[in-house]
Ligand binder design. Structure first.
Ligand code: ARG
Length: 226
């Protein structure tokens, strides 16, 4: 292994997609959100300097696989099929997938999605679920927010996206709402290069400390008030 020279700290490079409030977003040129603070806390615990690489969600797994980033932290669901390409840390929180519609829409349950035009963020679990809906047309956007905009503009019938970003996006627009029925509970975890068991162990240990000290819950509560 290589040592950093002089006083320069080793880095922990985080690949993310800062289009996903409250987990990661840009405030001016500052990265903010739950995942950013978790990454900072882990980097502090490991004595490393956090470096954030913002990219399309769709590129994060490749960045981790290729070693361009050490970790992928982006509200990413620990999906079994992603394990072919990356390993995951323990879960740090749970989330659900929800449906966003125009107010007054006839879509009131997941089964109403059949045959409809659905918007998703490219490469997300929402994309995977939409793909499974019978006779649906799937429009894939680079940003979740673009899907929500298309919904507001009447270009699509519904958006499938994670519950907390959904709440943020819906609060910014008068004419859309979240369908009450939630589907698919998901576990968010940190993606790590396949076979890097040392980093995986270190990260799980840091996460464990953050959970036990209450720090993780404090970070989440700062951004999500139920
Ligand atoms: N949880 C979903 C997934 O893993 C969506 C994550 C999107 N995250 C983001 N930073 N855009 O596919």
């Amino acid at each position: 292994s290589t040592m950093a020279c002089g006083s320069k700290k080793d880095t922990l490079v985080m690949a993310t997609n800062a289009e996903f409030p409250p987990y990661e977003y840009l405030d001016g040129s500052d990265f903010k959100g739950i995942d950013i603070e978790i990454a900072q806390a882990i980097a502090d615990d490991l004595g490393k300097e956090l470096v954030i690489e913002d990219m399309a969600f769709d590129s994060i797994i490749t960045a981790v696989q290729s070693g361009k980033a050490d970790i992928g932290l982006a509200g990413m669901t620990a999906m079994p099929d992603r394990l072919e390409n990356v390993d995951f840390s323990d879960s740090y929180t749970t989330a659900t997938q929800v449906i966003i519609v125009k107010k007054g829409s006839t879509i009131t349950t997941a089964s109403d999605l059949e045959g409809k035009t659905l918007g998703v963020q490219l490469g997300t679990t929402g994309d995977i679920y939409a793909d499974d809906v019978k006779d649906a047309t799937v429009e894939r956007y680079n940003k979740g927010f673009e899907a929500v905009q298309a919904l507001s503009q009447g270009k699509i019938d519904a958006v499938i996206i994670d519950n907390e970003p959904a709440k943020v996006f819906v609060s910014q627009s008068e004419d859309i709402e979240i369908v009450k029925e939630e589907f698919a509970v998901e576990e968010y975890a940190i993606a790590i290069k396949k076979g890097n068991e040392e980093l995986q162990k270190q990260i799980n240990k840091s996460l464990e400390k953050l959970k036990e000290s209450g720090e993780l819950q404090k970070i989440i509560d700062k951004y999500i008030n139920e």
